[in-house]
Design a protein around this ligand. Structure first.
Ligand SMILES: [Zn+2]
Length: 472
């Protein structure tokens, strides 16, 4: 008899930190780190690795194998180079499966029923430069038919060789997706891709859908309402759709956003947890108890979030005073070594924002948009300005600094609250689309909030909280 019992995988949640791979601390790890981790794992007899191809730039693509079970499962991550959340989770899972502790029953269950085949970081050249496409500038996940890319060919050859029952296609999506038209982030989104244009259902796709429902049930306890489903329009260029048609029950998992988790370390844990639940369910075949109808209850992915949404703020522009909403997005700027990210907060929307939401929201119906003033000072003064002094200037209405000796470089600068500017005017004027989100919200002429490069600073709070505004 099958029974729905996810208890074993559930119990691992609290012990996750034991298995979290310490070498990976942020999203920007490269192929070298992956190779070191593969080497660490293959020193055990549990895990074997073989090279199945190489990238355009000659970086190895590796297939890791563990487990002696009959059910073959293929997991591949980071076919888009800048989507690394699941790669982190896969190494956490390897640590879990290689460990020896009170979860041995679950390990044994998984490793005796499943053969896990893992390809971490399918697109290492993309990861190296933190970009989606490979070094031919082709999107590997639109290359399932032509197989022009060596990365896509390696994956297809492996899938044809293994003929797995189940596949996990592991990606990241924009952090600006919501779960339906709600204020909840689409932290994880799922899809059982269609294998034909009419989006038919067969046993292969049904099993993928049931596995999604299994993971959804486990995740709803951890992140209620923050799970969505991806659009299921058939696209024969994609590997998921193609594999589904080849008889591999394929599941797409997209890691999205979660409040105050820019490096996606909590979402990494959620990936670990979802996949572990899936493995247990595959081993027990308990997913078969899931009712396909329940898939309808998972909300659709909806691109309807801003990083900051300011509602009902008073603005004066072109001689007209009006009340409206401001949507702010912090776009990412890669560092020259592709090893970190800075952010550029800009006004992306001005007007009616019905059915959209913000990671941070400010109800500004008693607040007025106020342009920041420019403070003139010597370069040496600027260089010795403390965060407290910067905050004091912001409270006086200054958001920009111009040097009186020499040319100020253009801001913003990380970890500085004020921006450097060379503008001729005394203030940076009005609210405009595309403008940097560096302004004040005032009540009766007194600044209450400062928006600093798209980050919200509550000026009524103590200075001790200031650095947290730049927690990214
Ligand atoms: Zn992707």
């Amino acid at each position: 008899m099958c029974q729905v019992n996810l208890k074993s995988a559930d119990l691992v949640w609290d012990h996750y930190d034991r298995y979290k791979e310490p070498v990976i601390t942020n999203r920007f790890f490269k192929h070298t780190e992956v190779l070191n981790l593969i080497q660490k794992h293959t020193t055990s007899r549990l895990i074997s690795a073989v090279q199945i191809g190489q990238s355009v730039k000659g970086r190895s693509i590796n297939h890791l194998k563990l487990g002696t079970g009959k059910t073959k499962v293929l997991l591949w991550s980071q076919m888009h180079g800048d989507e690394s959340t699941a790669t982190m989770a896969l190494f956490d899972l390897l640590n879990f499966l290689a460990a020896d502790d009170e979860h041995n029953d679950l390990r044994k269950l998984i490793l005796s029923n499943l053969e896990l085949n893992i390809v971490p970081m399918l697109n290492p050249d993309g990861a190296q430069q933190w970009k989606r496409r490979n070094d031919l500038e082709i999107d590997v996940n639109r290359d399932a038919r032509y197989l022009v890319t060596p990365e896509g060919r390696a994956l297809m050859n492996l899938a044809k060789d293994l003929k797995p029952e189940i596949g996990f296609n592991l990606h990241d999506q924009s952090t600006l997706y919501a779960a339906g038209r709600t204020d909840k982030t689409a932290t994880l989104s799922f899809l059982a891709p269609a294998y034909d244009y009419p989006k038919s259902m067969n046993e292969v796709r049904k099993r993928a859908t049931q596995l999604i429902l299994t993971m959804n049930a486990a995740l709803q306890i951890k992140i209620p309402g923050k799970i969505a489903k991806y659009d299921d329009a058939f696209d024969p260029r994609c590997f998921g759709d193609t594999f589904q048609g080849m008889g591999i029950s394929t599941i797409l998992i997209e890691s999205g956003g979660y409040y105050a988790d820019p490096e996606k370390q909590y979402i990494r844990k959620l990936n670990f947890y979802a996949l572990l639940n899936a493995f247990e369910s595959i081993a027990k075949k308990s997913y078969a108890n899931q009712n396909l109808e329940d898939y309808q209850s998972i909300p659709e992915n909806s691109r309807s979030l801003y990083d900051v949404l300011i509602r009902n703020v008073s603005i004066s522009k072109e001689g007209i005073a009006f009340r409206t909403n401001l949507g702010i997005v912090r776009s990412q700027i890669k560092s020259p070594d592709f090893g970190s990210m800075s952010y550029n907060g800009r006004i992306e929307e001005l007007g009616d924002v019905e059915l959209t939401h913000g990671y941070d929201e400010i109800e500004a119906s008693n607040l007025t948009f106020t342009a920041g003033n420019i403070k003139l000072m010597r370069k040496s003064e600027w260089e010795t300005l403390s965060p407290q002094q910067e905050l004091d200037l912001i409270r006086e209405g200054y958001l920009f600094v111009k040097w009186t000796d020499g040319t100020s470089p253009a801001g913003p600068l990380n970890a500085r609250l004020l921006n450097l500017t060379n503008k001729e005017t005394n203030t940076i004027q009005s609210a405009s689309i595309g403008q940097q989100a560096q302004f004040l919200l005032s009540r009766d002429g007194k600044p209450v909030y400062a928006l600093l490069n798209g980050y919200v600073l509550d000026l009524t709070k103590d200075v001790a909280t200031v650095p947290n505004v730049f927690g990214y």
